[in-house]
Design a binder for this molecule. Structure first.
Ligand code: HQG
Length: 180
């Protein structure tokens, strides 16, 4: 059951952040899609899921990746999109230091070009080292970069805090990156 939900959650991430066309749905400009249509199309695609299972995934996802709108008729991913969607992110003042977990093979490039958003809409940063370690460990042995977010903000860079607590920014120039 747990594995089934992990699988479904991964699939939801694909559909709601990257490729809704896989099951033939469209997201609106804010990233929302109809819950009813999502369930029908996922089941038609062979991903058996009930509304109860979807509710459970949304409520228990370890990173709160998904959210329902108020009347629960629509659903979207809170962040992490590669598709362009307007999330109406809250611009916020960041803490003085934020963290980014990456791996050795990217370091030379990061030192040359800074942190870039690559295929996503933003560079993702976290408030704690543990989260950054998890993010980096997805790709190998995590290397943690300390980002001088307070100084960046003072210099005019914008920061956003997603609904699920991920700090987002457009890029991090190399001079704000401290390699530990
Ligand atoms: C790296 C997951 C070379 C960057 C995670 C990262 C996170 C560069 C990769 C969320 C670079 C992009 C985001 C440069 C950045 N040259 N490599 N100039 N600038 N990179 O997946 O931060 O499970 O787009 O270090 O837990 O790894 O999807 O970003 O390694 O929260 O919810 O390029 O995705 O969450 O990879 O992960 P990603 P990320 P979910």
């Amino acid at each position: 059951m747990k594995n089934k939900n992990v699988n479904l959650s991964r699939f939801l991430s694909l559909v709601l952040r990257h490729k809704p066309q896989v099951i033939g749905i469209k997201l609106d400009k804010n990233g929302w899609c109809s819950v009813e249509e999502l369930l029908v199309k996922m089941n038609a695609y062979g991903k058996n899921i009930t509304i109860e299972e979807l509710n459970k995934i949304v409520a228990s996802d370890n990173k709160q990746r998904y959210a329902f709108c108020e009347d629960k008729k629509r659903i979207r991913a809170n962040q992490g999109h590669s598709l362009y969607v307007e999330l109406d992110l809250k611009e916020c003042v960041p803490p003085s230091i934020l963290y980014h977990g990456t791996v050795e093979r990217f370091i030379d490039n990061i030192i040359t070009k800074g942190l870039l958003k690559m295929s996503r809409q933003h560079v993702h940063l976290s408030e704690d080292i543990k989260t950054a370690e998890k993010v980096g460990n997805r790709r190998g042995k995590a290397i943690i970069l300390h980002i001088e977010a307070g100084r960046m903000h003072g210099d005019g860079f914008k920061f956003y805090l997603s609904e699920n607590g991920v700090w987002l920014t457009d890029c991090v120039p190399r001079e704000y990156i401290v390699l530990e």
